[in-house]
Design a protein. Structure first.
Lengths: 396, 396
């Protein structure tokens, strides 16, 4: 049986590159950039006053000197200086006129009037050239790369794209995904289950993970463990870029998925990896279609989605992988066996931030994962975690 | 000027409770539960076999004894034992028949046949009652509270609601939000700015934060700093539950927002708080309408949204607040002045996870925030952060 890292490597070496499409900026939140974004001009585009106050020239500055002034420059306008004009009132965001290199904020100014002439003086002992001015191009130069392809568009990136006037943006096209949940014991959620039946939650789990990447599955189907129906549905499912199955991959006599996949010409890349939960996972491909056969327990599907499906999607989108953190463990934990174990954990902060496990009854526990911030990893070669040990943590 | 925590307290004491609405489960991702969710039956609903293997009774177990068997129980069906039936083949997910209390996995079984009679034996020295069985109700008891009101629905909660058959769910109704960005220097993003103009990114920032809570603003408007237009638009905006303005709240002569708000009968709750960026923020109310007047710089809007708007929304939704973490700082940092400073930071992991600042040129820098994982807090009473100091961090 291959290890977790071998399984992940096999999945990541089957990455597919999806094409891009151009969409309206409004629709891009959560999508992945399909193009490098460069600046359309310098930012700031002009020497911008960072304060409400007075603009003048630093060589001209003397503490307590009286400067007559008569003009006021709001943001959104520009001004050429008049001959011998020594100071103007200026607003935050306005362009500092050529010939000035200093803004003194209004709180440091004393305003007076003499014979109808407005005047201002300042008590500051020292000033520096370009004080309170954001210089043209100091943030970004024209044509500079500001956002590389492969970045997921969150608040800051969305805001930056708006600043740059990118009302149309190239983003990675969502792959076509089909989801099939299997199992005779599983019924659709709007149906009343018999005492020995359960409802289909796995297609919801998978749909939810896909929605993090703004992928809407093309189809979501439940099929009982009957060869003919399952074969038909899997055949249809193989028309997608990614086919995700849950259930039917284990050791039972009703676990038909692996044999049907092989019969339909899907190449097996691995079956089983030494992890818990999720050990029976089946992974394969047929031409451009990638097939994830996940085990049927709800927490196995959550785990396989986070540790295998998401890394595959991110690499296929040209994204960097989700980070993993190393945080001190708040208690102790033991395990038997040599599997890499994943368990739900929460971040708790007192003097520092600790990783705290959440109780659950194994991969079939429908509550597993709730109230958690992500998955902690119990490495295969350890049998004990001590309080304070640095433990790897995968945030959801 | 009031402190950050005083400002936050004032905002949180003005919380509004929004009503609930019933929506289809498919639409609930990211929404906040408006009802307590209890279990509709025990989970597991029956004594569920956790393995593919054989079911028998533990008092009947002897190592290497031969058990004849003739029946197989897949998941999704149930069986009553026949008289003298000592073992059945059972699949993962199937209900263990009454009268049995043990499942031995197929890997530990030796299958033979004698005179056409199927038989099985096991070499395991010891077995325990209920081994490899998830007992009825061990995860959740019928009627037990499983998800409290106020929880945001993520992957695990979505999956759990499906398991419970909640195809209609009560969620907190989104408040009605109007967004107005102000500033003569600001133009809509599809318009070409003049050299001394910039594009409106703030309404995108605010829209993006609202989308984390699945709130679609009712209107998004840009208004120049002209009293008549601004008054008209603010008057309309005050029909919302929440009016969010950006720009026009500082010390400039064009900063018309505070005076217009007062003239329209909005009660000022505070103006300015000792933070950086975001110091000029204006906060008030008129009847049920809450007004956030945020400063105009892009990073100020990001910060005010994270530290003031989100806490307000979460409390109004009955949610717990976003966590803050305490993580070791990777370098050193100084500041002058007694403001509470917020700066973009990234989590970086080597032997453990550190907080690393990201360079930026102040609140007007359009790049501020990109590549960051959240905001680090430089406390007001400190002038220096040392490497290794535990620093508070607000994840986005």
């Amino acid at each position: 049986m291959i290890s977790f890292s071998e399984a992940l490597d096999k999945i990541l070496s089957e990455v597919r590159i999806y094409p891009s499409e151009i969409i309206s900026l409004d629709q891009t939140l959560g999508r992945v950039l399909g193009e490098d974004i460069t600046a359309d001009r310098d930012y700031p585009p002009f020497h911008r006053s960072a304060m409400d106050g007075f603009a003048l020239h630093s060589y001209d500055y003397t503490p307590n000197q009286i400067y007559p002034y008569h003009r006021e420059l709001p943001a959104g306008m520009s001004m050429d200086l008049e001959p011998n004009e020594k100071a103007i009132r200026i607003m935050t965001g306005a362009p500092v006129p050529d010939g000035f290199d200093l803004v003194i904020k209004i709180e440091d100014a004393t305003l007076t009037e003499f014979n109808g002439q407005k005047q201002v003086s300042f008590s500051l002992k020292e000033v520096k050239p370009w004080q309170n001015i954001a210089k043209q191009g100091e943030d970004v130069k024209n044509n500079q790369l500001v956002l590389p392809k492969g970045i997921q568009i969150g608040t800051s990136e969305f805001s930056l794209l708006a600043s740059l006037g990118k009302d149309k943006v190239s983003v990675v096209k969502a792959p076509k995904v089909h989801i099939i949940s299997t199992g005779n014991e599983v019924v659709p959620i709007h149906q009343s289950p018999l005492p020995f039946q359960i409802r289909d939650s796995n297609s919801y789990t998978i749909t939810s993970i896909l929605s993090k990447y703004k992928i809407q599955p093309e189809s979501v189907t439940h099929v009982p463990d009957r060869d003919k129906e399952l074969t038909e549905q899997i055949q249809k499912g193989l028309e997608a870029d990614i086919l995700i199955l849950s259930g039917g991959v284990s050791m039972g006599s009703m676990d038909l998925v692996p044999s049907i996949l092989l019969r339909l010409g899907v190449e097996l890349l691995f079956h089983k990896t030494s992890i818990k939960p999720g050990k029976p996972i089946w992974f394969g491909k047929r031409k451009n279609t990638i097939v994830f056969g996940m085990p049927g327990n709800p927490f196995s599907v959550q785990t396989c989605s986070r540790i295998f499906l998401e890394p595959f999607l991110r690499k296929s989108h040209g994204q960097s992988q989700l980070p993993s953190y190393k945080l001190p463990y708040s208690t102790t934990k033991q395990k038997k066996g040599a599997l890499t174990e994943f368990f739900p954990a929460r971040l708790e902060t007192t003097d520092k931030t600790y990783l705290t496990p959440l109780a659950f009854n194994g991969s079939g526990d429908i509550r597993a994962g709730i109230f958690s911030d992500g998955l902690a990893i119990f490495p295969s070669d350890l049998s004990q975690i001590q309080q304070g040990d640095m433990i790897e943590f995968l945030p959801w």
